[in-house]
Design a protein around this ligand. Structure first.
Ligand code: GLN
Length: 472
């Protein structure tokens, strides 16, 4: 039987295994065959795993997640050849659930970016149009799921790296509430923001995978036990109050086609019985980006200090220890991590700490408060996920600020530690548009419920038009 991985959900795949219509090894091989056929063009995987270990639905992991015995580079030359001696907790949990590993997916270096063009190993490409970016930093995982190279995958999200690529590739991505999923063994970027979460083609698959990875981990003291996951079934939105923050929906940077698709989804939400009202998050949108671009680089500059040519990866030999560290870091890091290390070190310097980092932390508190008061009136907030559809490869690489603007709408709720779900809601210029649902802390079940109902009503076809001939 030739298996059509493009149209197979993880839930369907699980059904095939349970009914023994297919063996786990055959299923695993079908995804690898799809990768063989399409990944030369898309470059979703940094490496694939031939051997099928486990009896469940296979999975791909973003290359920031440590995998025992399998090279883990976080998209950086400074970790080239680094083979972890242990599994990250999330890798161990998917393994314990029997999910065989398909491979490690491409990422912007240290998850810094919005297009995967910052990967030291070259960019991934968008399955809807290979001349465009798949988003980032988790572009490899998102593109792999959309192109049928994996039924589901894990990504990491600091300021939007799960939600934004899911929007640009047209699939479902969840950034969970801060602290519900362990980061133990995940290459750290900005520890007060980093979260691991699922990418899949349906909201139910996303919920299933979240239930496998969520929960307290004694190895990560920021984790808590998350509420039990309820797989969504309801197809209406009755009783749900959805807030539409004006600043997140009417920002000048939002493309007309994106506004239109999201507007149609809002009208649909009303038809499905939701109570929809306008609200405001004035400071969250105005100050979100600058606040994030102080806090994230500050934390990154500290986290990246460990790459010194001694503990991990390659070393550039030199006459003295200091010169060795300097040359190793100079050759190992690409431009974006260097930019952030410099910015972050500056913001944390004794004389500037209070003016920059301290001030950003105070602004972060305002952003948290603003979201908290919105959730006094609403169960969920709704906006576009990305202000634009997928942009052409190379368009923003020379302009870091244009690249940073890709996360304008995802960053505020990340700073507030809140969960967010991307659900594809239509096409603009032939490219996917994503809808962002933001929940209160631990509001994942509400996100799944609303996301599922909207997904059913929207009927978005997740297979890229150019691949529909292959999909049967
Ligand atoms: N694009 C944002 C950044 O470059 C977010 C990345 C992420 O969430 N890892 O920092």
């Amino acid at each position: 039987m030739t298996l059509d991985t493009l149209r197979l959900t993880a839930e369907d795949a699980r059904g095939l295994l349970e009914r023994r219509e297919l063996s786990p090894a055959e299923l695993h091989a079908a995804y690898l065959a799809a990768a063989e056929a399409r990944d030369d063009e898309l470059h979703c995987y940094l490496r694939t795993v031939d051997e099928c270990v486990g009896d469940g639905v296979p999975i791909a992991l973003k290359d920031v997640i440590s995998t025992q015995g399998i090279e883990t580079t976080a998209g950086s030359r400074i970790l080239e050849g680094y083979v972890p001696v242990f599994d990250a907790t999330v890798a161990a949990r998917v393994k314990a659930a029997g999910l065989p590993l398909l491979g490690k997916t491409n990422t912007d270096e240290f998850a810094m970016g919005s297009s995967t063009e910052n990967s030291a190993w070259g960019p991934s490409r968008n399955p809807w149009d290979p001349d465009r970016v798949p988003g980032g930093s988790g572009g490899g995982s998102a593109a792999a799921v959309t192109a049928g190279l994996a039924p589901w995958a894990l990504g990491s999200d600091t300021g939007g790296s799960i939600k934004q690529p899911a929007a640009l590739c047209g699939n479902v991505g969840l950034r969970p509430t801060y602290g519900t999923v362990s980061r133990y063994g995940v290459v750290a970027f900005a520890s007060s923001l980093d979260q691991i979460g699922p990418v899949a083609t349906t909201v139910r698959d996303c919920a299933l995978l979240y239930s496998i990875i969520a929960g307290r981990d004694p190895c990560d003291s920021t984790t808590v036990e998350a509420p039990a996951v309820e797989l969504p079934v309801a197809e209406d939105l009755r009783g749900l109050r959805i807030g539409v923050p004006r600043e997140l929906n009417e920002h000048l940077g939002i493309e007309a086609g994106v506004k239109e698709a999201v507007g149609a989804a809002i009208a649909l939400a009303v038809e499905l019985g939701a109570e929809v009202g306008e609200c405001e998050l004035p400071r969250s949108v105005e100050y979100g980006l600058p606040c994030y671009y102080l806090i994230a680089p500050a934390e990154a500059s500290s986290n990246l200090a460990r790459y010194d040519g001694v503990r991990y990866g390659p070393r550039v030999e030199a006459a003295s220890f200091h010169e060795m560290v300097e040359r190793t870091r100079d050759e190992g890091f690409g431009d974006e991590p260097k930019r952030r290390i410099m910015l972050g070190t500056y913001a944390l310097a004794a004389g500037y700490y209070d003016a920059y980092y301290g001030q950003a932390q105070r602004v972060r508190t305002l952003i948290i408060d603003e979201h908290r008061s919105a959730f006094e009136r609403f169960d969920l907030l709704l906006s576009p996920t990305s202000p634009t559809v997928a942009f052409p490869i190379g368009e923003r690489t020379a302009d870091p600020l244009a690249m940073y603007a890709a996360d304008l709408l995802t960053i505020p709720s990340c700073l507030a530690g809140l969960p967010g779900l991307n659900v594809p809601c239509g096409l603009s210029e032939g490219l996917p548009v994503g809808l962002q649902l933001i929940g209160p802390q631990f509001g994942e079940n509400t996100l799944f419920r609303a996301g599922h109902a909207l997904e059913r009503a929207l009927g978005f076809d997740p297979v890229p038009v150019r691949l529909r001939e292959v999909a049967t």
